[in-house]
Design a protein around this ligand. Structure first.
Ligand code: BES
Ligand code: MN
Length: 458
């Protein structure tokens, strides 16, 4: 081990308390990207990052405004032209905190319980942003960077359809790099380092069914007016057949079949049915026949109803025949499905199945392609080695069901591949109440990053 690497690792270990304090500062800013009332907090988070990046030794730091939420860029290219350049990604936005009543502590007051820190954004992904900062800081405070580093941190990941794609297209030179480090995925367990080689794409819709011109008395009009809530539930229930397959015509046409070799490999991951039953707290699983749970969630496309609204939902009762019904519906996509084509298929489904007693409208809220990464790139090899050093184990290769839209944009626009990693573990409750991060795993992650950056130099 080089002396510099050794002292950088010691520095990182000695500064875990400072890392934790930084995390708490960033997490306390409620930067919820979908909420227009949080615009000031979004700005505050971007400025907080800018200051941190300057303090830790980035030589150029800039906030780029966009029509929506600002992008933070930073670089330190002192390693020189011979050394590789890594573009480190992050998103400083978070999901809304609801359902607020189910939180055991305030979502934006980071709270330590044993080895865990609870707060919205702790694992997705402010903790991981700080992990990358702490690794870079540890190296810079004890010597020179072995690689050139650029940071690209956006504020629109959690809402899809972000402006980042345009920004990447317009700033190809600024963002030029040898590879993309995306620390927005996770690990399968505290002692199971993991590398994500596939992320699903997403098509997200808002569907409205419009009936009478206003809410009606359900006794006076029930029986002659087709209730929009009933039409909505009929349409939604028709989207799956009794084998758990999506019924939209053509939905599976472009899905690449799973090779037996990959199926064998996926079956060896510690993600059996029990894992999903335990994590979700259900008694039985559901899904597409003919595929295992790990295949269904990572390698097969799915469709979910994310939210439903119609009529009266407050306490008590109200005899109303609602004027409209609304549903949020999303599909997760795998290669080679195209999110825009899925929108057309959904429209065809509605045109063929919606009755003429109502009108409907389908809005597209997000459309992002799935991505796959080369598992044999030199960058992946460098991370495997780093993870082996820290955890004493070869990382697992996983496909995850979630989406990180930027990965495919980077692949297509900059022509470089991604290393998708992360230090969150199952039980982190991302997007749900009581989100948390396992601190010892995050600290190990910082050490893995330090090893990784030094490994890249050779
Ligand atoms: N960090 C997640 C992706 C993820 C999910 C990683 C599960 C590891 C395990 C990411 O921030 C995310 O949630 N993305 C959204 C994107 C969407 C709104 C376009 C998602 O997947 O829902
Ligand atoms: Mn995330």
């Amino acid at each position: 081990m080089t002396d510099h690497k050794k002292v950088a690792l010691l520095y990182a270990q000695d500064h875990q308390k400072q890392t934790l304090d930084k995390m708490k500062e960033l997490i306390a800013i409620p930067s919820i990207s979908t909420d227009p009332e949080r615009k000031d907090d979004i700005q505050k988070a971007a400025e907080w990052l800018k200051k941190e990046l300057s303090d830790l030794g980035m030589t150029k730091v800039e906030i780029f405004p966009t029509p929506r939420h600002p992008i933070v860029y930073a670089e330190n290219l002192n390693a020189g032209k011979e050394a590789p350049t890594v573009l480190i990604y992050g998103h400083y936005d978070v999901q809304p905190e609801d359902p607020i009543d189910e939180w055991k502590s305030d979502p934006f007051t980071p709270t330590e319980v044993g080895e865990f820190l609870y707060a919205r954004g702790s694992t997705d992904m402010k903790g991981q942003i700080i992990a990358t900062f702490s690794a870079v800081e540890a190296i810079l405070q004890t010597g020179e960077l072995p690689v050139n580093i650029k940071f690209l941190i956006e504020g629109e990941e959690e809402i899809g359809g972000s402006y980042l794609e345009v920004f990447i297209k317009e700033n190809k030179d600024l963002l030029a790099c040898d590879f993309f480090l995306n620390p927005d995925t996770g690990m399968l367990g505290p002692d199971l380092p993991s590398i994500t080689y596939a992320l699903r794409g997403i098509s997200y819709f808002e569907l409205r069914i419009m009936g009478p011109k206003q809410d009606l008395h359900s006794g006076t009009y029930g029986g002659v007016i087709h209730n929009p809530a009933q039409v909505m539930t009929d349409l939604l229930s028709g989207l799956h057949d009794d084998q758990g397959r999506v019924t939209m015509k053509g939905f599976y046409d472009k899905v690449l079949p799973l090779e037996q070799e990959e199926r064998d490999e996926l079956s060896r991951l510690p993600l059996g049915d029990d894992h999903y039953i335990d994590q979700a707290g259900v008694s039985k699983l559901w899904g597409e026949e003919g595929y295992t749970s790990v295949e269904r969630t990572g390698a097969r496309p799915t469709l979910e109803i994310n939210g439903l609204y119609s009529g009266f939902i407050d306490e008590g009762q109200k005899t109303v025949l609602p004027a409209y019904a609304m549903a949020k519906v999303s599909t997760r996509l795998v290669p080679d499905q195209d999110p825009d084509e899925i929108y057309e298929l959904f429209k065809t489904y509605l045109a063929e199945n919606a009755p003429d007693t109502v009108t409907w409208q389908l809005d597209k809220l997000a459309a992002d392609h799935p991505s796959m990464s080369d598992r044999k790139s030199p960058w992946i090899t460098a991370y495997i080695k780093a993870a082996e050093t820290v955890w004493g184990k070869r990382p697992l290769f996983v496909r995850i069901g979630g989406s990180v839209p930027v990965v495919v944009h980077i692949q297509q626009i900059l022509g470089v591949d991604a290393v998708n990693i992360g230090f969150g573990i199952p039980g982190g409750n991302l997007h749900g109440p009581n989100e948390n991060v396992h601190l010892p795993t995050l600290y190990k992650g910082i050490e893995a990053l330090v090893h990784f950056f030094f490994n890249l130099k050779q």
